[in-house]
Design a protein around this ligand. Structure first.
Ligand SMILES: Cc1cc2nc3c(=O)[nH]c(=O)nc-3n(C[C@H](O)[C@H](O)[C@H](O)COP(=O)(O)OP(=O)(O)OC[C@H]3O[C@@H](n4cnc5c(N)ncnc54)[C@H](O)[C@@H]3O)c2cc1C
Length: 327
């Protein structure tokens, strides 16, 4: 429920406020990693040796196989997402669409579906930037004319950023109620990306290296949990490595990271990837990874039960529990 550009800016501001300020090396691609020796090989020819290597190269990770020991290709859905932002004041002022958004509590989401109870098109909207902008995402079958633009952007490592035509958005929005279609009218700077996912992998760690974020657990954006899980990974590492200065402790701490993160991430990834499946199927799948309390089979997606599962989890507390060996 945030504008990702704002999150990036916020993270950068936090980083720059640190003393001493961490050094961010932009434009220096990692070409390879030796996970056993902790050696990072950069495209400019330099090599850096570290006790701990955190790999976070995103959905199209080239390094995931170094940790997992096998190729881990992404799965591509036949569906893509148009996405754009609309000024919230325009939406609120709209005689038909405005009423859906007036006086709503912070953090609310409004979904629209064209065919209730059957496969249909999905339009997801939520306010971001403190309610100044409305994020709009329209899930639709990938159009032939979009494929080449998406592929070209994927090749550049910007799979989510291909430009799209507002006329294509409007044609996909045709099945929606006219009040809802107005949200798509005059959309500018529309982007399109193809939905991708991986199934949970068998390990996040190998020797001195650990996978975090999308490279370790790419999931469909259905529940908006990808970045949330990446932030939880980061917090888990912060707690598990707090005060660790002995290189011999790196591997035991990474084993704890794996033990902590795989059940939680496996559950969230499965709930996200299988959101459209029958609820009992989702539960059975989730149980392959996680044996704690989960939303029941009658829980509606985006309900309080799901929100509590996602947002009441305290990763720092769980990591501390593991460090202290508490039950
Ligand atoms: C449109 C959209 C909406 C989303 N909405 C939500 C949401 O509401 N909530 C949520 O939690 N998640 C959301 N997500 C998912 C979220 O964006 C991702 O889960 C998150 O960005 C993952 O972070 P990451 O750091 O692992 O990967 P990325 O953000 O992909 O970052 C990976 C970085 O690694 C760099 N890189 C790649 N290879 C190399 C290399 N060899 N050397 C050096 N650098 C390299 C890339 O340039 C990139 O900067 C959304 C995603 C999309 C596309």
């Amino acid at each position: 429920m945030f504008h990702r550009a704002d999150l990036h800016a916020g993270l950068q501001a936090l980083m720059e406020a640190q003393h001493p300020t961490p050094k961010l090396h932009l434009g220096e691609a990692v070409q390879d990693v030796d996970v056993g020796e902790g050696i990072i090989k950069l495209s400019n020819g330099t090599e850096v040796k570290k006790q701990l290597v955190i790999i976070a190269d995103g959905s199209h990770s080239k390094l995931i196989g170094k940790v997992v020991g096998r190729p881990c290709p992404v799965n591509k859905a036949p569906m893509s997402m148009y996405r754009f932002l609309q000024p919230m004041k325009n939406v609120l002022a709209h005689p038909q669409a405005g009423k859906f958004y007036k006086d709503q509590p912070s953090g609310f989401t409004v979904f629209y579906k064209t065919a209730v109870g059957r496969p249909g098109l999905l339009l997801n909207t939520y306010p971001c930037r403190g309610g100044q902008l409305l994020y709009v995402a329209l899930l639709h079958p990938t159009k032939p004319n979009e494929k080449s633009a998406i592929q070209a952007h994927e090749a550049r490592g910007e799979a989510w950023n291909a430009p799209a035509d507002v006329q294509d958005v409007l044609s996909s929005a045709e099945g929606f109620h006219p009040a809802i279609r107005t949200i798509c009218e005059d959309a500018s700077d529309v982007k399109v990306y193809t939905n991708m996912w991986r199934d949970p992998i068998e390990t996040f760690t190998s020797a001195r290296a650990v996978l975090i974020g999308d490279c370790g657990h790419l999931m469909l954006q259905t529940h908006g949990q990808g970045a949330c899980m990446a932030l939880e990974d980061a917090m888990a590492l912060e707690v598990l490595f707090d005060g660790v200065d002995n290189p011999a402790e790196v591997q035991p701490q990474l084993t704890k990271f794996d033990e902590l993160r795989r059940p939680r991430v496996g559950a969230v990834q499965t709930m996200s990837n299988k959101m459209m499946s029958p609820p009992d199927q989702v539960t059975t799948e989730v149980r392959r990874y996680y044996d704690g309390p989960i939303p029941g089979p009658t829980a509606k997606t985006f309900s309080k039960e799901y929100n509590d599962f996602f947002f009441l989890y305290d990763v720092a507390e769980e990591a501390r529990r593991l460090v202290d060996n508490r039950s």
